[in-house]
Write a protein that binds this ligand. Structure first.
Ligand code: NAD
Length: 282
């Protein structure tokens, strides 16, 4: 029975993960090495809960209780009693492997170790622990409190028991699960990012303007926004990094990153976060 949840990394994703678990009644320990991140994350959770209350999605009277269920810490040892630890630290393989080695020695026997990684193989992460059958991918979407989907990734050694417990958690959070085997990009990024890359190729080859590419996809395929607008939201550096993971992982030229995308990242045109991507932002 899972009651205590550890979250590693208090960034955009870790904060959102802590938020939804506390909201669903779990006791959460949120760990980060950076005190400023912990503080920022807790403030962000409070603000987002306030926003949800304004929309009627959360009872305002429940907010102090939800916040009271999140404890922050700079000591990984404080995660020792957790029934599941969900890692959402910076996307760097060496860092994640190091964290899982340590975590494996700290968290009680039998607990599940999950990763929110977007691109690092779960099987590779599991292999540095002594409990590979307990390691699984829980890939939340951004922003976590809003997005319905959690991709659940089974590593080569993930047990049925671990999978069932994780599936149960997704349900308790009121979210939906899509199950993926452990191959580059899982489901969503494997399909979404090549679509964005292809949109960049269409622009690069002069097929159409950015506006018409987006209009075509938005109105012609009923997507809420066009692929180039979406790329600006995600960040062009992130899109390129994922294309490189697909290209390197499958060794298939169909995942070749568009030269225009590469050039834009080199120029620092990363999308909304730098004020300039496929479009300009004030
Ligand atoms: P972020 O940069 O917002 O947060 C990362 C956090 O990790 C920071 O607070 C940092 O202080 C912390 N950290 C770094 N080293 C640490 C250590 N040794 N111990 C503890 N904490 C440490 O990043 P993010 O966007 O929240 O991404 C986190 C993970 O989630 C990545 O694996 C990313 O691929 C994945 N992810 C991101 C998105 C997204 O849209 N941002 C979506 C799905 C999955």
């Amino acid at each position: 029975m899972i009651k205590h949840v550890g979250v590693l990394g208090a960034g955009q994703m870790g904060g959102g993960i802590a938020h939804v678990f506390a909201q669903a009644g779990y006791e959460v320990v949120l760990f980060d090495i950076a005190p400023a991140q912990l503080e920022k994350s807790l403030k962000g959770i409070e603000k987002n809960l306030g926003r949800q209350a304004e929309k009627g999605a959360v009872d305002a009277a429940a907010i102090p209780g939800i916040l009271g269920r999140i404890r922050s810490t700079q000591q990984m040892e404080d995660l020792s009693g957790c029934d599941i630890a969900i890692e959402a630290v910076t996307e760097r393989e060496e860092l994640k492997l190091d964290i899982f080695r340590k975590l494996d020695g700290i968290v009680k026997e039998g607990a599940i170790l999950a990763s929110n990684t977007s691109s690092i193989p779960i099987t590779r992460i599991a292999a540095v622990t002594k409990r590979p059958e307990k390691v699984i991918g829980m890939h939340f979407m951004n922003p976590v409190p809003v997005m319905k989907l959690v991709e659940v990734i089974r590593g080569l050694s993930t047990s049925d028991e671990t999978f069932r417990a994780t599936a149960g958690l997704v349900e308790k959070l009121g979210k939906e699960m899509a199950v993926s085997a452990d191959y580059p990009g899982f489901i969503v990024n494997r399909i979404l990012i090549p679509m964005i890359n292809e949109a960049a190729f269409a622009l690069f080859e002069g097929v159409a303007s950015a506006e018409d590419i987006d209009k075509g996809m938005k109105l012609g395929t009923n997507q809420p926004m066009g692929p180039l607008t979406l790329a600006d939201f995600i960040g062009l550096d992130t899109c390129l990094a994922i294309m490189e993971v697909l290209y390197g992982g499958f060794k298939d030229p169909k995942y070749r990153p568009c030269p225009l995308l590469v050039k834009m990242v080199e120029a620092g045109r990363l999308g909304r976060k730098t004020g300039h991507g496929f479009y300009r932002y004030e």
